[in-house]
Design a protein around this ligand. Structure first.
Ligand code: MLT
Length: 233
């Protein structure tokens, strides 16, 4: 039986050998939700950057420069990290250079994996179907917040583990913990997350609607994959 594990923070990545695994990077609020949205709306590619300065340089090569630090758009960048900024014709056919506080850092730390996918509630069923049919053991990498664990990424991991529980065996206790948490929350995830740290942060920035959108399952059928350092569908 294939296995599934959950890395609750990128700081724990050193515990996992990812070279033979399919890694799914998860940053529900909001990096991976926004990436899925942009590619679903016709963006040609997304190049993730850990460093903001390197990302900004890409504007001289015709890229849309996108991203945030601490949830806020970075000065000099074309776009921030709200999925709603990536639903219009401006992104169609464009290459995007993207940097975020946690999401693109988690991608950077996953680069050694056999394959790297991008997961969010917005493409949940597509992710699950792919993992079910794939040959590799799976690691779900939660981006968290600056090395700390967060609830929303853990809930997504739990949703994936729950849906695959008859087909992929848990490698350790983190997938079991995530699954129990998801089963407790799934009736009303918005209420369950209302006390969570990043939801409070987004509320302070007045972007509550992003939170609700990012928790909506199966808005899109795309599955972004990292190919030569670039995310494409
Ligand atoms: C991140 O990558 O840290 C997040 O996407 C932050 C945000 O909500 O903008």
């Amino acid at each position: 039986m294939k296995t599934i594990d959950v890395c609750l923070s990128p700081e724990l990545m050193h515990l996992y050998d990812v070279r033979n695994r399919t890694v799914v990077v998860v940053d529900i609020l909001r990096a991976t939700s926004t990436m899925v949205t942009a590619l679903a709306h016709g963006a040609e590619s997304i190049t993730p950057f850990a460093k903001a300065e390197e990302c900004l340089e890409m504007k001289y090569r015709g890229y849309i420069t996108s991203g945030e630090r601490d949830g806020k758009k970075i000065e000099g960048f074309s776009k921030g990290n709200s999925p709603f900024e990536y639903m219009d014709d401006q992104v169609r056919g464009m290459k995007i250079a993207f940097t975020t506080t946690n999401g693109t850092q988690a991608i950077e730390k996953s680069k050694e994996a056999k394959e790297v996918l991008i997961g969010s509630f917005l493409n949940l069923s597509t992710v699950v179907k792919y993992l079910l049919l794939g040959e590799n053991n799976v690691l779900l990498v939660c981006a968290g917040w600056k090395g700390r664990v967060n609830l929303e990424d853990t809930l997504f991991a739990g949703a994936v583990v729950e849906k695959l529980k008859d087909y992929l065996g848990p490698d350790c206790d983190a997938p079991l913990a995530a699954r129990h948490l998801y089963n407790q929350a799934k009736g009303n995830m918005i209420a369950f997350l209302s006390e969570s740290s990043h939801v409070k942060r987004l509320n302070r920035l007045n972007i509550h609607r992003d939170f609700e959108f990012c928790l909506t399952p199966d808005q899109y059928k795309v599955l972004p994959k990292l190919k030569n350092g670039v995310l494409v569908i």
